[in-house]
Design a protein around this ligand. Structure first.
Ligand code: ADP
Length: 270
């Protein structure tokens, strides 16, 4: 049935992509927007670092190649740009893999708490000197879930990574895992960063949507992290929630049903 409250509009995002979105009567974004030219965006994201690498290669081939200091500087830039392309390609591959498996419930029984401990240890080992503490609290008596271990590990890396990237330097990140009132396993990742203005929140899981593209690039973002998280959550029949206060910080919550709650659902081993 047609819902009179929504209106469909086409528009442009900050990076020039065309989108179609649903708006409510007061003009607020009412539902997630559909990006109609994902390929154009992805190509654009790759073209920028590639053009930069080619430009530097050309310069190195000419007189700048003779100057050792200049050479070292250019090589460093090229290396960074190539790494950026690699992150992008890896995220694009992840996204298309996860999307392809959308309707297949993951078949592995696993302990989400244990997985969180492993990821926390990996993050602690890789943490830079300016990063604040990552405090983890895990309820010891959690039921098992059915999940895809690699995907859930990626979800944890993306969410804790964002909290560290967008948190103020030196401030802590808090991660808790417990059961919520509905009996779902609830993960909450909280940072003390600059927060996100409310009008951006419904759009954060769109591919390539960023509040501040320059900031995202400078911290190594691809603009795909939360789109990947959203797809992983959906595949696990979960819920994703983002709550934020400008100037205070952000809490991202993921709720996943325990294995027993999915007993009735068809589990296709994958
Ligand atoms: P990116 O690779 O740019 O970090 P994401 O999809 O992970 O992409 O996030 C999209 C955007 O959402 C980011 O560019 C950033 O503007 C915003 N964002 C995500 N997490 C946070 C956070 N914890 N605090 C503030 N802003 C955030």
């Amino acid at each position: 049935t047609p819902d009179q409250r929504w209106e469909m509009r086409t528009g442009e995002t900050g990076d020039g992509a065309r989108i179609v979105h649903l708006v409510d009567r007061s003009g607020n974004y009412a539902a997630e927007k559909m990006r109609v030219d994902f390929v154009a965006n992805a190509s654009h994201e790759l073209r920028t670092p590639l053009a930069s690498i080619l430009g530097f290669l050309e310069t190195l081939n000419e007189e700048a190649g003779e100057d050792p200091a200049l050479r070292a500087r250019f090589l460093k830039v090229m290396f960074d740009e190539a790494q950026r392309m690699q992150r992008l390609v890896e995220d694009l591959i992840s996204l298309s893999r996860i999307e392809a498996e959308k309707y297949r419930l993951p078949g592995e029984r696993l302990d989400f708490g244990e997985l969180l401990e492993d990821v926390a240890a990996e993050i602690a080992a890789a943490r830079g000197p300016r990063a604040g503490e990552v405090g983890i609290t895990i309820d010891p008596a959690l039921p098992a879930i059915v999940g895809d271990e690699a995907q859930l590990s990626q979800l944890l890396h993306n969410l804790i990574g964002n909290a560290m990237k967008y948190g103020r330097p030196g401030t802590p990140v808090t991660v808790t895992l417990g059961l919520n009132r509905s009996g779902l396993l609830q993960l909450a990742v909280t940072d003390e960063g600059e927060g996100i203005a409310p009008q951006h929140i419904p759009r954060l899981t769109e591919r390539f949507y960023r509040v501040d593209a320059g900031r995202s690039r400078s911290v190594g973002g691809t603009g795909l992290g939360l789109a990947i998280v959203k797809h992983i959550v959906e595949r696990h029949r979960g819920r994703l929630d983002i709550a934020s206060k400008v100037g205070v910080g952000t809490t991202v919550t993921v709720a996943i049903p325990p294995a027993d709650a999915l007993a009735g659902a068809a589990v296709i081993k994958g």
